[in-house]
Ligand binder design. Structure first.
Ligand SMILES: Nc1ncnc2c1ncn2[C@@H]1O[C@H](COP(=O)(O)OP(=O)(O)OP(=O)(O)O)[C@@H](O)[C@H]1O
Length: 260
């Protein structure tokens, strides 16, 4: 392990590599990737399509095995998914045969929470993501954005200490996106979770993160910098803040550099 590891390190990634084989041709998705994530931090990972972001999150979540290198969680090697880690994937993983309410309840059911408490907590989370009135709907009866919100509520129902989020708000309209970003920041401020949030939106990365990691092809880290813009951050005010404008420019340049 690197000397940057401290007792507050939650995730430690070292020399991580992932190669897929398709039609006998090897595809390198991630090469020699190192990352240390401190407890309670909100890290946004920014990168263009295809640079390996989802592959990296899948590896952090223990859903795929690395070709090389290691991922450890609180000092122990990650060998599979764990209940302390919530993962909001890019693709829809709701159960089509369960209603919104039943989908959100699932982690509580698995944890053995009594029915009454489950119902109350699921209802509260459904309200938080703005879906009251849709409890009895099935995923096929919802818009893509609504399904995203159900997935978010379901992830939160498991009360994970670490959240891995793969472009969770990308498909939402601007207003809803803003509301859910604010809700996520509130949750984070109250709960102190560790968040790794993948996006390809520079503004979103700056609005949310206290650290931004910019990736180039095969997960090459082009820039890794703290974002100390004061909180709470208001998107409208930020856009005219000279510090934000300078950071935006820096990240734009990093993304461009990463594309080369
Ligand atoms: N299961 C797979 N089999 C073969 N190749 C894959 C597989 N998963 C990912 N890849 C390849 O690995 C590379 C990285 O993919 P990945 O999904 O991690 O990128 P990404 O940065 O998350 O992209 P996006 O922003 O578009 O979601 C791509 O070239 C992709 O084609």
């Amino acid at each position: 392990m690197s000397d940057t590891v401290t007792s507050e390190t939650v995730i430690e990634v070292s020399g991580l590599g992932k190669q897929f084989v398709k039609d006998a041709v090897g595809i390198v998705a991630l090469r020699d990737f190192d990352l240390t994530i401190a407890q309670g931090s909100f890290v946004t990972v920014l990168g263009r399509s295809g640079c390996g972001k989802s592959t990296m999150l899948n590896l952090l979540a223990g859903l795929t095995t690395p070709t090389s290198g290691t991922v450890s969680y609180r000092g122990r090697p990650v060998a599979g998914p764990r209940t302390e880690v919530g993962y909001l994937t890019q693709s829809d993983t709701l159960m089509p045969w369960r209603s919104v309410h039943k989908n959100v309840e699932l982690p509580l059911e698995i944890a053995g929470v009594p029915a009454q408490r489950r119902t109350e907590h699921a209802a509260e989370l459904i309200g938080k993501v703005g879906l009251e009135g849709f409890e009895r709907h099935y995923p096929r009866e919802l818009s893509g954005g609504m399904r995203r919100r159900v997935s978010l509520a379901r992830m939160l129902a498991g009360d994970p200490e670490t959240l891995l989020m793969d472009e969770p708000f990308g498909a939402l309209d601007a207003q809803l996106r803003g509301e859910l970003q604010a809700e996520l920041l509130r949750l984070w401020a109250d709960g102190g979770q560790t968040v790794v949030f993948v996006t390809h939106d520079i503004e979103e990365a700056l609005l949310l993160g206290d650290r931004v990691v910019v990736l180039g092809p095969v997960g090459r880290i082009v820039l890794d910098r703290p974002i100390d813009l004061p909180r709470p951050r208001d998107a409208d005010e930020l856009r005219i803040d000279p510090e934000f404008v300078a950071l935006h420019r820096e990240l734009t340049a990093a993304l461009r550099e990463g594309a080369r």
